[in-house]
Write a protein that binds this ligand. Structure first.
Ligand SMILES: [Zn+2]
Length: 81
């Protein structure tokens, strides 16, 4: 089983966290009520976290996939950190 480079625990899975930023315009309508108008939906960001220590391990699903497959594709910077 691959080991987390952060906490050194063996992990069989990673947490995939998806984030999106919804930008809305807030304004008052004729009655003075607050309204929100959705303006844009920014592209999602995905992070892969260790389920044991909750630290971010990867930005890309390919890296996470390689990690789970046991291929040592962990960026050197992460291993040192
Ligand atoms: Zn960990």
């Amino acid at each position: 089983m691959p080991k987390c480079p952060k906490c050194k625990k063996e992990i069989a899975q990673v947490l995939r966290c998806e984030m999106a930023n919804v930008v809305s315009v807030m304004y008052l309508d004729e009655a003075g009520k607050v309204r929100l108008k959705e303006q844009s939906f920014e592209p999602e960001a995905v992070e892969f976290l260790c389920p044991e220590c909750n630290q971010k391990l990867f930005d890309y699903s390919e890296d996470a996939e390689n990690f789970l497959k046991g291929r040592d594709q962990i960026p050197v910077a992460l291993v040192r950190g």
